[in-house]
Write a protein that binds this ligand. Structure first.
Ligand code: ADP
Length: 490
């Protein structure tokens, strides 16, 4: 199958969160399964062209935009470790600036920047003569490719048999734009935007709604989230659009790339291990404590380590953690190791916590891939009390690395973690339902009681590591969805 994937993030070129992991891992797995894949991404100023060996193509592509034409130059590289071509759409006006989305509210012209990417992807396909069987768009950034396919390129010989599949990674970011601007940039008839139209939500142009309504199939990143977004406020206002398209909405659980996340081969770990040598995790724990410069006598105290690697935002349930974590640290019941970046109020809270509990709160702010692997390998438990979680990758990394997850039962967390039952020895972690500090406290207390208490401790960790989240299964599910999209192409 010939697949075009276009997104605002693709690891390792441009990554903020799990979107980038998936847009890199899926093409790699599709290629390995024999499919023909091309990837589109903006050439952000932060992408190191030399390091990734990017080449400028001798192309100047006309991109119709409103009633005028703009131009894109195109750079080409390969997804590292693969022969999947990545086309980087370059425009000094749109992408030559620091950051991917801009801080907080985002850049004022994110409508224009991402509509440009979406339209340019079609035009570059024409220039390189690539006729995709399916266009796979992600989140609000490339959502407008779905209506573009149906409205602007339906008669184009290159795209007349192409199906559109739209994947939602997070309902919270929808691309609410000024309708006059967005309709014009997309090249749509402005009269097609009206109250109740497929482009409209609450008086704005809504890129996600347009993606949902025009796609042949819609997917989201876990089965539970696919239900939640139709029937609960997790739909962020898109519930009725998703109900209209309910028959075409499919939850496909994300997967992880075993070349990157495998404790037996992980190059970031001082000591590698598998489920049958799980005791070797201990050496990684010692190494991590040394990295945080804990003195010898402190390191030798055998206290459980609870790890966390996360964006510091409301979504991740950080408020709850601030309400309960100190009671555990005060009593020296555990060490808390956090790598995170995000909202400054949370960064400041954790820096202060590290200052007050220097031996028990080990905090690093910023972004650090190597440390993110170390934390998974070194942790006894992994904390993820998310308010909502479309899928979540880090709890899957934790399970794969034998760190027992403590999570709230929402979205993909509910699909990947099962509460441990000490009677049957089944389950791989600890789970609570309500977004309440008391419930998190109870769940953490329950979890910490199992630390090195046999036979529970071994059962928990073996159950965790036994699960297979490998991307190959996820990639095949998408191929099935692409086939269905072609059969029901509108
Ligand atoms: P989300 O996409 O909502 O941020 P996920 O759990 O799906 O959450 O994916 C987060 C990804 O980003 C994981 O690969 C995780 O390891 C990585 N990550 C998050 N914060 C950091 C950080 N501060 N340093 C390194 N990696 C991080």
């Amino acid at each position: 199958m010939k697949i075009l994937l276009a997104a605002a993030e693709v690891s390792p070129f441009a990554k903020i969160g799990g979107l980038a992991d998936m847009t890199a891992a899926l093409p790699k797995a599709w290629k390995a399964a024999g499919h023909d894949v091309v990837v589109f991404l903006p050439l952000y100023a932060t992408i190191d062209k030399e390091r990734f060996g990017l080449q400028k193509l001798p192309l100047l592509v006309d991109v119709p935009f409103g009633s005028w034409t703009e131009y894109a130059t195109v750079w080409k590289g390969m997804l590292p470790g693969t022969d999947v071509p990545v086309y980087f759409v370059a425009s000094s006006d749109y992408y030559e600036r620091p950051g991917i989305y801009g801080y907080h509210e985002g850049f004022q012209d994110n409508d224009r920047r991402f509509i440009f990417l979406s339209r340019a992807a079609f035009e570059v396909c024409r220039a390189i003569d690539f006729a995709p069987d399916v266009i796979h768009a992600h989140d609000y950034h490339t959502a407008t490719m779905m209506p573009m396919l149906k409205v602007l390129y339906r008669q184009d010989p290159l795209f007349c048999t192409t199906a559109g599949v739209y994947t939602i990674h997070n309902m919270a970011y929808q691309g609410m734009f000024d309708p006059a601007r967005a309709m014009e940039f997309c090249g749509f008839d402005p009269a097609e935007w009206y109250t109740g139209s497929w482009y409209e939500y609450e008086g704005a142009f809504n890129a996600m709604k347009a993606g949902i309504m025009f796609a042949d199939k819609i997917t989201t990143v876990s089965p539970t989230y696919a239900e939640e977004i139709r029937w609960t406020p997790e739909g962020h206002g898109m519930q009725s659009a998703l109900q209209v398209r309910g028959g075409d909405l499919i939850g496909v659980l994300n997967g992880i790339d075993p070349d990157e996340w495998n404790p037996e081969t992980d190059e970031h770990l001082p000591v590698r291990y598998s489920a049958s040598q799980i005791d070797r995790k201990e050496a990684n724990k010692q190494a991590l404590l040394r990295m945080f410069q804990l003195p010898d006598d402190e390191r030798q105290r055998d206290i459980p380590v609870i790890g966390m690697v996360t964006r510091l935002t409301e979504q991740k349930g950080i408020m709850l953690i601030t309400q309960v974590i100190e009671s555990f640290l005060q009593d020296g019941e555990c060490r808390f190791v956090l790598l995170g970046s995000g909202e400054s109020r949370f960064e400041n809270y954790f820096k202060d916590l590290a200052y007050r509990y220097p031996y028990h709160a080990l905090i690093k702010t910023g972004y650090d891939t190597a440390l993110s692997h170390m934390i998974q390998a070194a942790s006894d438990y992994y904390l993820m009390p998310s308010k909502f979680e479309p899928c979540g990758l880090t709890q899957m990394f934790a399970l794969t690395y034998g760190a027992v997850p403590i999570v709230r039962a929402t979205g993909g967390l509910a699909d990947t973690v099962q509460q441990y039952d000490p009677i049957t020895f089944s389950g791989n972690g600890f789970m609570f339902q309500r977004l309440m500090a008391d419930d998190l406290h109870a769940s953490m207390t329950d979890a910490l009681r199992t630390y090195k208490r046999e036979p529970h401790w071994t059962s928990l960790r073996i159950n965790a590591m036994a699960q297979d989240f490998s991307i190959a299964g996820t990639a095949q599910r998408y191929i099935d969805v692409f086939g269905w999209a072609q059969q029901s192409r509108r």
